[in-house]
Design a protein around this ligand. Structure first.
Ligand SMILES: Nc1ncnc2c1ncn2[C@@H]1O[C@H](COP(=O)(O)OP(=O)(O)OP(=O)(O)O)[C@@H](O)[C@H]1O
Ligand SMILES: [Mg+2]
Length: 243
């Protein structure tokens, strides 16, 4: 099996003629937690949407399992990945219905939906929340419902866009533990966009720093965080540049 779940080749994205991402060459090894780090507006969310095939790049290619994306494979690939959005929107129904939604769209049978939803709620530690109204939950609980919505689809790759940006430290810790658990227990490749260096340090096996639309450093998180090669990454790590 190809060791890379995803590789990009000179991936670029423009909006209205303005280059946002410029020739991104990214290598995402299977089974790891990858952090995409960069200041606000650098294009982290755009990059996740491109990788998740929700948007088309202006130029460049994405390879999955070592093969260039073919139009015929798009739907199947999309089913193997899920993205938890930066601001997840929950339906005004029960937690159960929120988590079951994706499986209903996939037309799974009731029995299998019931089993999978229960399993997903157990993973995020919301076992007795099935009948609660999703919109009445706390911020941390809502984020866990959003992760359950993704997990119920049994993805190979889980994209998380700033999953803790609106949470207090206790809930940040809960979500981070959950992300580690998901990666270790289910061997899911995790790609997390964050501007929080400490979070990246706590979670990531590999890290990619974006700046000015380009990758300025990418590789093993431990090496980058202890011995960055790029001065801007060093300044960021030293806390002299705030993202
Ligand atoms: N659909 C779009 N149309 C036009 N411009 C867009 C679109 N989506 C994103 N952009 C622009 O692309 C740039 C990158 O946006 P993106 O949301 O990826 O940043 P980000 O790194 O995720 O920032 P943050 O940390 O604040 O979430 C921004 O300048 C944004 O305005
Ligand atoms: Mg974003």
């Amino acid at each position: 099996m190809n060791p890379y779940a995803i590789r990009t080749h000179d991936l670029s994205k423009e909006y209205n003629g303005e280059a946002i991402l410029k020739k991104i060459n990214l290598q995402l090894e299977r089974g790891r937690i990858h952090a995409i780090i960069g200041p606000s507006g650098v294009g982290k969310s755009v990059l996740l949407r491109l990788l998740n095939l929700l948007e088309e790049p202006t130029s460049g290619e994405i390879h999955f399992d070592g093969r260039a994306l073919k139009e015929n494979d798009r739907l199947e690939l999309q089913r193997r990945m899920t993205l938890v959005f930066q601001k997840p929107v929950l339906f005004n129904t029960s937690v159960y219905e929120n988590v079951a939604y994706g499986l209903k769209v996939r037309k799974e049978n009731r029995r299998s939906i019931l089993e999978k939803v229960r399993k997903a709620l157990e993973v995020v530690d919301l076992k007795n929340y099935e009948h609660k109204r999703a919109r009445n939950l706390s911020g941390g609980e809502k984020q866990r419902v959003a992760i359950a919505q993704a997990m119920v689809l049994e993805p190979e790759i889980l994209f998380l866009d700033e999953p803790t940006s609106d949470l207090d430290p206790r809930n940040v810790a809960i979500i981070e533990e959950l992300i580690k658990y998901i990666n270790e227990e289910f061997k899911i490749t995790v790609v997390i966009a964050t501007h929080n260096m400490f979070q990246a340090k706590r979670l990531a096996h590999e890290a990619t720093f974006l700046f000015g639309g380009r990758i300025i450093e990418s590789g093993k998180a431990q090496e980058i965080f202890t011995k960055p090669k790029d001065r801007r990454v060093l300044r960021f790590i030293e806390g002299k540049m705030i993202f």
